[in-house]
Design a protein around this ligand. Sequence first.
Ligand SMILES: Nc1nc2c(ncn2[C@@H]2O[C@H](COP(=O)(O)OP(=O)(O)OP(=O)(O)O)[C@@H](O)[C@H]2O)c(=O)[nH]1
Ligand SMILES: [Mg+2]
Length: 455
Amino acid sequence: MFDSLSDKLGGIFDKLKRRGALKEGDVREAMREVRIALLEADVALSVVKDFIAAVTERAVGQEVMKSVSPGQMVVKIVNDHLVEMLGSDTVGISLAAVAPVPILMVGLQGSGKTTSAAKIAKRLKEKDNKKVMMASLDIYRPAAMEQLKVLGEQIDVPTLPIIEGQLPVDIAKRAMTAAKLQGMDVVILDTAGRLHIDQTLMSEVVGVRNATSPHEILLVVDSLTGQDAVNVAQQFSDQIGITGVVLTRMDGDGRGGAALSMRAVTGQPIKLVGTGEKLEDLEEFHPERVASRILGMGDVVSLVEKAAETIEADEAEKMIKKMKKGQFDFDDLRTQLRQMKKLGGMSSILGMLPGIGKMQKQIASANIDDNLLKRQEAIINSMTPLERGRPKLLNASRKKRIAAGSGVTVQDVNKLIKMQKQMAGMMKKMGKMGGKGGMPLPGQLPPGMEGLMPK
Ligand SMILES: Nc1nc2c(ncn2[C@@H]2O[C@H](COP(=O)(O)OP(=O)(O)OP(=O)(O)O)[C@@H](O)[C@H]2O)c(=O)[nH]1
Ligand SMILES: [Mg+2]
């Protein structure tokens, strides 16, 4: 997600930063290019217009032109406005209402409502210790109710027993009553989707809304659908009124602009994002992190958090310490490779690291898979402990021995060495960034990250 936008903006800003002194014309020219990049990424036109106007006004101002590095100031302004456009604060699901708190899931067909309902149920149950019930109001698609029931069984969350022939509004009322009787904290109501917005769907959802007064009405939007998604959001927002957005398929390689427009178009925050088909693939939405990722600063915080959830805590701490010191030898690389396998593959990790966007593509095109991870680990295993700790030792004859030992070519060994060097370089860069303060630039830690680093 956001790859091509990120690439384009990176190019525009590189040019700008190389300039040194900036004239107003330079900034305006750059803003024209940013405008095109945003439109190409599917950001809604009205949103782009406002964005460019706001950024330009500040960027051609005196404070920027006279600053020591105007190019970097412009990048900072774009970053700030991007964060603002995305909603500034992270907003979670609110349960501040009388139990059982109803949460209504709405959206077009196939947008991910049912999956997201189960993901949210799992999260509320496991992270917040809530008693959750789910109910399917989808009486149209065959097996829709069964689908929710099966998901419920997977996460051990009860679903409302199915009664054939009941209408959505009545099912919703029954769900509320049942949940009250069973002392539930939350009821998640999953509605049917339609291929396009139609009045029948809208009136049905309005009926359910009026019958249950949901505390949250979450619009589920497929982030791969581009402009359509923006129109859908607008209509649901106008006709039903939503309290938040769940963006699904953020793991896909769409252009991502629809996601960027959601907040501005609906006036409601993006509360959660779906990042895969599995029920644990649900994340909070952090505007600053997404902005950093788009501007090529990487999503180091998410990476560290994701890593911390998967890897043993002390292992994660070691990793962060190494990052800080800028050390990275083959032992570390091996640890990383093993973790990558656990974390769901290389590309998901690399996508979160700063400055790796491009490398990620090369890796994807080189078709990195788990086999490659295994082979790379085998190469490292064929090194002596001394070689692992001191990569510089690897001369031609050692490489030959290692290649033979792990059943690969010397070329493969060289590739791995290159990778280790790149990662070491990156770690070094990241290590240097700590404690300088001031604004974050591409390749630097996003603000707030320092807090996560051990002192
Ligand atoms: N990769 C990916 N797939 C997702 C995500 N969310 C949902 N899906 C997949 O999208 C497909 C449709 O999801 P559903 O949850 O059934 O969508 P729905 O909106 O309930 O569909 P209808 O009830 O038919 O309107 C399923 O195959 C899901 O596994 C996500 O965040 N990432
Ligand atoms: Mg469904």
